[in-house]
Structures are given as C-alpha cells and as structure tokens.
Design a protein around this ligand. Structure first.
Ligand code: DC
Length: 226
C-alpha cells in the first residue's frame, strides 16, 4: 500500500488532533501535532521573559530560534508527549496562557519559517499525519489527503472546557469561549500563512458528529486515497 501525507487543518479546539491521532494509530503512521511546536516556542519565550502580555522581544527570540529543539516521544501509556530541549513540557504547554502565547508567536515570520522547516523534514518519508493551520497550504501543499476541520465556536469552547476541567484546571466556560474566538480571529487574519482551507481540501464539519463518526469519516477518506 502506498504511504501518503495526510494534512489536517482547522480552527482551534475542533478535534483535529483527536482524529489525526486516531488515524495515525490505526494505520501505523507518525503523528505530528504542529500546534504543540508553536506552544513550545511560546513557553520558551515566556520562560525567558521575552513575552509579556503586550510585548514580544523578537530580537532575542530570533537570536535563539535555532537553539529551540522540539521532538515528540510516546510515553508508557502510548500517548505522544512534547519535549522542549529534551524536557517533557506536555502538561505545561496545554495551559490557556501558553495557547494564547502560541497564537501570538505563530504570527511571526521567522518562527513559522523555522517550524515549517522542521515539519517538512519530518515528512520526507511520508507515512505521516500532521495537524495544524497551514499544513495543506504551506507545509505540504503536495499532500495526498487534505482535510479542513471545523465546528461552531460554542461547541469547540465546550469541548475545550471539558478537556481542561478533566485535567483539573480552574477555568470557566465564558473565558474559554472568548479565548476560542480571539484565537480564531488572530489565526485567520494574520499576515503570515493565515488559516485557510486549501482549494483541494475536504471540509469536515463535526459540530454534529460523535468522535466515532468523525474518525470513521477520516478513515474512509484515507482509504480512498491509498
Ligand atoms: O492547535 P493548537 O491550539 O495547539 O495551536 C496553538 C496555536 O498555534 C494556534 O493559535 C495557532 C498556531 N498554529 C499555527 O499557526 N500553525 C500551525 N501549523 C499550528 C498551530
């Protein structure tokens, strides 16, 4: 069976990574969460004091961007975790603060260039499912299967809220909804690689789909391609 590249793009908290992970696992492909890479860069900038609420020290970030090494490793439970310069930062990068920071650093051209370069290197042998915002448009415009995932902002906020509560994080629904809308706005209007559907992407609106139904649909699309 031929090995392909699967590019999954869409809005934040729309279940992209859940379905991308499920597909990768069931077909034995590598899964890459590119959002985690932007989150890791944001965490690095926050920790070094280069990012405050209204300022990013782009000069310092640019100076050090080449030293930020991100990789993924599967833990004993079979879950993929993100490493920043060999430190497991999986839990820390999932906070709302880092998510917001990720949305901000992802508007910077040199950050995108560096991460796109790393992502393209991960896909040279194909057999990869990658999710993000620009995978089908910029990282792998030649991907054999492109899917653009979407759902209403309210449904996405509810899912994100449930996820954060399940991790015992102290959040309220209104804040999460405002955050989802703010990130949508930034992700779709930024000058550098804004989130948009590739012309040849399949649109999967999962507002009214169960997890099983969305996974099934993706598997079906995959099978058509291989
Ligand atoms: O998917 P996520 O919520 O973990 O992504 C975090 C932020 O990173 C999000 O606001 C948009 C940005 N991002 C991006 O610009 N390009 C990608 N390929 C992946 C994420």
């Amino acid at each position: 069976m031929k090995r392909i590249i699967v590019a999954i793009d869409g809005h934040s908290s729309c279940g992209k990574s859940t379905m991308a992970k499920a597909l990768a696992k069931s077909v034995g492909y590598i899964y890459v969460d590119t959002g985690a890479m932007y989150r890791a860069v944001a965490l690095y900038a926050i920790r070094n004091g280069w990012m405050t609420e209204d300022f990013i020290d782009e000069v310092e970030l640019k100076k050090h961007i080449g030293t930020i090494k991100i990789h993924f490793q599967t833990n004993v439970e079979g879950l993929q975790e993100t490493y920043l310069n060999d430190e497991n930062v999986e839990k820390e990068i999932r906070s709302l603060e880092v998510g917001n920071g990720a949305s901000r650093v992802s508007t910077i051209g040199f950050v995108r260039q560096e991460l796109v370069r790393q992502q393209q290197a991960m896909g040279v042998e194909k057999g990869i499912v990658m999710d993000g915002r620009d995978i089908g448009t910029v990282v792998f415009p030649q991907a054999e299967l492109k899917v653009f995932v979407t759902a209403s902002a309210e449904v996405r906020a509810q899912r994100r809220y449930d996820e954060l509560r399940a991790k015992n994080m102290d959040v309220n629904y209104e804040d999460v909804l405002a955050n989802v809308k703010e990130r949508d706005e930034r992700d779709t209007t930024r000058a550098e690689s804004p989130l948009r559907k590739a012309d040849d992407a399949y649109v999967l609106d999962n507002t009214n789909l169960t997890l099983e139904e969305q996974n099934e649909k993706l598997k079906e699309l995959f099978e058509e391609k291989v």
